[in-house]
Design a binder for this molecule. Structure first.
Ligand SMILES: *Cc1c(COP(=O)(O)O)cnc(C)c1O
Length: 483
């Protein structure tokens, strides 16, 4: 039998019209719409033609492919019609996992988003006067309450102790990277910013301090050495070109050994005597005292302001436990300058973010820390987590699926120091004839996907970051693996 030509193979493919008239597709059209089905039919046919053209498809394969065309179209339509962004179960124990969306929002934040976003709102409207309002007022008042009151009760701000209510203002931009860019551009454009060599870091997703500096049109003036920087190094570098002293929190790395950096209060004192603002990129600014859950050495927003930092920048979706956002809090005159920079307009956030942030901050004002999911997770005791792990193990243990509860550590993540860990109890799994990598892959194919850690040929589940109401889903997945 002669080998059919490519032209002959093309002719064996049905036309889009023929396909659309088939009974199966009329059904699909009535549920998903003519346009989506036509597009999918064209795409599937184009793919087959391309395979014929590149000789990857011969006569027998074309006949096989023909019979699968309707199913392929249906798959394509359904794939497009379902969400690509979906929720997953975070069993890694990393509380602020950047790849898994960082902080889950408080229920009150979700309610407020729904309320504000499903109708019109007073986002930039003063209800009393009927005049135009500013979108920042809704959260600035809450930051003012949380930060100014915190300062008034806990000492001085910027060396101006004794003042009853220090003026702290806050503006919100898209994320902390944007906040740093806005601060540098506003306060140091065409001038120099002094930074320690030990703080020229890169945060995941290619946020590099020297690059942000360049984009802001400020010149980086590095001082000290990688491992040691003294106040005197900053002092010696100050000139008439100096606009700013910048401190960057060493978010994702630690230095040990022969190291040193000035205390933030020492830098603040230098900045004050020389009349140069001190800005600190805190990364994961916390409004919650982490020492209460046993985590030391993570400075809070108030710690920095108390030490005399003029402006701090921090993320909304890290330890604060709110939506993605970047905050700049500090001296009102400096914040006002950043607010009037045209970059602020380009970096501003929308009503969804303000709604989520306002509701999250209200939980802090009420001191209802349990309402913020990441704080709730951080406050879980090792025993509580261990009990839930035992319950899951008891429901699913079998001869082939071995489970053990072991001691381990949950990680704060999201720019908190790598040593910021919490003791936990882990559910360690292994399944006969299946590698740990395959086992974790099977859990990821569950609906919703269950994301775990793999360590030393075992799959580890840390229930600290699993919502208690998700335990049942995990239990069902484990029982299926066991059975
Ligand atoms: C996380 C982090 C950033 C970036 O913050 P985003 O909100 O992700 O833009 C910048 N600086 C430091 C020190 C950080 O930890």
């Amino acid at each position: 039998m002669p080998v059919p030509s490519k032209a002959e193979l093309y002719r064996r493919l049905p036309s889009v019209d023929e396909l659309l008239q088939s009974h199966d597709l009329t059904r699909l059209i009535s549920s998903e719409g003519q346009a989506a089905v036509t597009d999918a039919a064209r795409a599937v046919l184009a793919k087959l033609r391309a395979e014929i053209a590149s000789a990857r498809l011969g006569a027998s394969e074309v006949d096989l492919a023909r019979s699968g065309i309707l199913a392929a179209i249906e798959r394509q339509v359904r794939q497009l019609a379902t969400h690509s962004l979906r929720s997953v179960i975070n069993a890694t124990g990393v509380v602020l996992h950047t790849n898994l969306g960082r902080a889950p929002l408080a229920a009150s934040a979700l309610d407020h988003i729904r309320d504000i976003a499903s109708a019109y709102s007073n986002l930039e409207f003063e209800v009393e006067t009927g005049g135009r309002g500013k979108r920042d007022v809704h959260v600035d008042r809450l930051f003012r309450k949380l930060l100014s009151q915190g300062l008034a009760s806990g000492g001085s701000f910027n060396g101006r102790s004794g003042r009853a209510t220090p003026e702290i203002s806050t503006i919100v931009v898209n994320n902390n990277a944007a906040a740093v860019l806005l601060a540098l551009n506003t306060l140091a454009e065409d001038g120099e910013v002094i930074v320690s060599r030990g703080e020229l870091l890169e945060i995941g997703g290619s946020f590099r301090i020297p690059d942000v500096m360049a984009k802001s049109h400020a010149t980086l003036r590095e001082v000290g050495t990688t491992n040691r920087t003294r106040v005197g190094d900053y002092e010696a570098a100050i000139s008439e070109k100096t606009r700013l002293l910048l401190r960057v929190h060493r978010s994702n790395f630690e230095m040990t050994g022969f190291t040193g950096q000035p205390a933030i209060a020492e830098l603040a004192a230098l900045a004050r005597t020389r009349g140069i603002p001190l800005v600190e990129d805190l990364g994961s600014g916390s409004l919650f005292d982490l020492r209460s859950v046993g985590v030391d050495g993570e400075p809070g927003i108030l710690d920095s302001l108390r030490a005399g930092v003029d402006v701090v920048s921090y993320s909304g979706d890290k330890l604060l436990g709110g939506p993605q956002a970047g905050m700049l809090s500090g001296r009102s005159d400096l914040v006002a300058r950043m607010r009037s920079n045209s970059l602020f307009r380009a970096l501003r956030v929308d009503k969804l973010t303000y709604a989520a942030l306002e509701a999250s901050l209200l939980a802090y004002v009420r001191q209802d820390h349990g309402a913020i999911p990441v704080l709730r997770m951080m406050r879980l005791s090792k025993d509580e987590i261990g009990k839930r792990a035992e319950a899951l193990a008891d429901q699913a243990r079998s001869l082939s699926l071995r489970m053990e509860i072991i001691d381990g550590e949950s990680v704060l993540g999201g720019g908190a120091a790598p040593s910021a860990v919490l003791p936990t109890r882990l559910l360690a799994l292994s399944l006969d004839d299946v590698t740990a990598g395959e086992l974790s892959a099977r859990l990821r194919t569950w609906d919703p996907p269950i994301v775990t850690r793999v360590e030393e040929s075992r799959v580890l589940l840390d229930l600290r970051t699993v919502f208690p109401e998700q335990d049942e889903v995990v239990s069902r997945a484990l029982r299926e693996l066991a059975g």
